[in-house]
Design a protein around this ligand. Structure first.
Ligand code: NAD
Length: 246
């Protein structure tokens, strides 16, 4: 098992890619710290993992809430004494073209996707530095490399996440910490529910493989990047798009 004895904190782990990643990490032997917004979602994710024999603890963590983040970190350290992996997966969309975007839409997406990623890394980095090891993985997107119609706010956050990765990997590499981003194409999860069926069908049609990704196909990439098999991958923004951008 590639993640045996590793303690992995995953945000937004109650749904979609985060849930698939939590399940994959647990199957690879990690103790998974499931972080999400509500108790029911967290409990369901923990139950799904433990029913299959995996190890998981659940915490309510809104990535915009520093008190909740610090409470989770302190509890995890008290119980497990280490944090090996952080997957900054939590993210939302609130799409609108520039001419229609409201300040609330802009601020909320930036607060969760960008500042939330910073909040989590800032809160956990000291632990990784003290350990002399750690992996920080961050959810960017193909939209964080190429932009997308109607996604001014989301694109800015996903470009920003790659900026974090390029900066943190320079700062933390010598301290034994690797930092990378994953840039998925379009993945069949609840985040796409606001997109019209026709847009999704067109999107799938643009992919040479003629389909969206499954959440497990992104989870597999996170698991590889979190494992020691990826020991020389640092500062990368890995596109996992089925060839969408070719
Ligand atoms: N689905 C896609 O096509 C796609 C493509 C590229 C990148 N991504 C990125 O992958 C990540 C996961 O997306 P998904 O498709 O699985 O979405 P999803 O909506 O299925 O899951 C997102 C999870 O994040 C949680 N969340 C939302 N706000 C939060 C907050 N403030 N604090 C903590 N948790 C919060 C939600 O409760 C939910 O469980 C996001 O960062 C998204 O931008 C998704």
């Amino acid at each position: 098992m590639r993640l045996a004895n590793k303690v992995a904190v995953i945000t937004g782990a109650a749904s979609g890619i985060g849930l698939a990643t939590a399940e994959k990490f647990a199957a690879e032997g990690a103790t998974v710290i499931v972080c999400d917004l509500n108790q029911a979602g967290v409990d369901a994710a923990v139950a799904a993992i433990t029913e299959k024999g995996g190890k998981a603890d659940g915490y309510i963590v809104d990535v915009t809430n520093k008190d909740q983040i610090n409470t989770m970190r302190d509890a995890v350290l008290a119980k497990h004494s280490r944090i090996d992996v952080l997957v900054n997966n939590a993210g939302i969309v609130m799409d609108a073209q520039l001419v229609k975007m409201t300040e609330e839409q802009f601020d909320k997406v930036v607060d969760i996707n960008l500042k939330g990623t910073y909040n989590m890394a800032r809160a956990l980095v000291d632990t990784m530095v003290e350990q002399g090891s750690g992996v920080i993985l961050n959810a960017s997107s193909v939209v964080g490399v190429y932009g997308n119609f109607g996604q001014t706010n989301y694109a800015a956050t996903k470009f920003g996440v790659i900026g974090f990765v390029k900066t943190w990997s320079r700062e933390l590499g010598k301290k034994g910490i690797r930092v990378n981003a994953v840039c998925p194409g379009f993945v069949a999860t609840p985040i796409l529910k606001s997109m019209p069926e026709k847009v999704l069908a067109d999107m799938a049609n643009k992919v040479p493989m003629k389909r969206l990704a499954e959440p497990s196909e992104i989870a597999n990439v996170y698991a590889f990047l979190a494992s020691d098999e990826a020991s020389y991958i640092n500062g990368a923004a890995l596109e996992v798009t089925g060839g969408l951008t070719l």
